[in-house]
Design a protein around this ligand. Structure first.
Ligand code: PEP
Ligand code: MN
Length: 351
């Protein structure tokens, strides 16, 4: 349930209510809005239904039950959009954020070259997997710690922020030392120990939608991270399994307004994994912006034919520059902006 405090309530009254609830054994999450402070009360449902005399306490305006299974992620708990700030980069605010880079960190040269391209195109965040979740155990599994070191070097030389995947509870500490944003991959969306572990860090978490996850399951996964104390969660739609096989996945753009309606969390779209085909990345990226996303994550490779993973869905540098320019022109239509300066060379839609 939510306890809504009166406008401008004193700290003393707030403390008294918090003490009372703590004494009952509930876990409390405080959200301080511009006008009001709201207390999210989590815990034993039966105890909550005991009709606590909360409204009798001074400073309490009303008590509202949250009917959805997710609480902290809900719009009822927090009406304003969550804006995540990392240095001078905001996610969920007015500016669209593009995270771009290779599927996997393959070598120092490949990563530094791609980072320079990503920077040149105007994105502020570099993506790249050092730990790769591959369907086959015989496929390239990532450079692991070396890959993280190359990412850190790329950040140093370009000033880009780093988003990279953490696959396992045992490597959360290690990856947190290098990453600015921790990525939870689609296959790990319901790895609850991992969600709890990243929930204990102070790093923003990019939570990809599971391959066959419903909206509710996905938000419940976010709830795990929030309940563990980390309120910096970014959702990422990356396509789901349907009967269609022409595309790698079916990119569910309708979830963008759904997530915006149900939650206060930022949402970005991954048109690369969402389609599996470079030719579809630009159109779906633009459609995502119109659907209301807060950002995009896009695979870019200097030479996709040679890529060790996901070459067919990776944009060549010129295609990436072109897309960034198109997004820059499109953003104002949605009252958004996108950083960077024009580097527009129209190269057509083929090859
Ligand atoms: C990736 O971003 O490279 C990746 C493996 O994504 P997903 O978990 O969405 O498949
Ligand atoms: Mn990939």
């Amino acid at each position: 349930m939510i306890v809504v405090m009166e406008k401008g309530v004193s700290e003393e009254k707030l403390e008294r209510v918090l003490d009372y609830l703590q004494g009952k054994g509930f876990s409390l999450h405080i959200s301080r809005g511009i006008e009001r402070t709201i207390i999210g009360v989590l815990g034993d449902k039966n105890k909550m239904e005991e009709r606590l005399p909360l409204e009798a306490l001074e400073g309490v305006e009303k008590v509202v039950p949250i009917l959805t299974p997710y609480k902290l992620a809900s719009r009822e708990f927090k009406a304003q959009d969550t804006v995540i700030t990392i240095g001078d980069v905001t996610i969920g605010g007015q500016e669209l954020q593009v995270m771009a880079g290779p599927c996997a960190v393959e070598s120092r040269e490949q990563l530094l070259e791609t980072a320079a391209i990503v920077k040149q195109g105007g994105a502020k965040i570099l993506r790249g997997g050092a730990f790769k979740p591959r369907t086959s155990p015989y496929s390239f599994q990532g450079l692991e710690k070396k890959g993280l070191e190359y990412l850190a070097e790329a950040r140093e030389t370009t000033g880009l922020l780093i988003v990279t995947e953490v696959m396992d509870t045992r490597s959360v500490d290690l990856v947190s030392r290098y990453a600015d944003i921790l990525q939870i991959g689609a296959r790990n969306m319901q790895n609850f120990p991992l969600l709890k572990e990243v929930g204990k860090t102070n790093k923003p978490v990019l939570l990809k939608r599971g391959l066959s996850a419903t909206v509710e399951e996905w938000i419940m996964a976010a709830e795990y991270i929030l309940a563990a104390g980390n309120n910096q969660v970014i959702l990422c739609e990356r396509g789901i399994r349907t009967f269609e096989t022409y595309t790698r996945n079916t990119l569910d753009l309708s979830v963008v307004p759904v997530i915006k309606h149900l939650t206060h969390l930022p949402i970005i779209v991954d048109p690369s994994h969402g389609t599996g085909k470079w030719r579809l990345v630009g159109p779906m990226a633009k459609a995502a912006v119109v659907a209301g996303v807060d950002g995009l994550i896009i695979e870019v490779h200097p030479n996709p034919v040679e890529a060790l993973s996901d070459g067919p869905q990776s944009l060549k540098p010129e295609k990436y520059y072109q897309l960034m320019e198109e997004l820059r022109q499109l953003a104002p239509v949605m009252s958004r902006s996108l950083s960077g300066t024009a580097h527009f060379e129209k190269t057509g839609t083929e090859g």
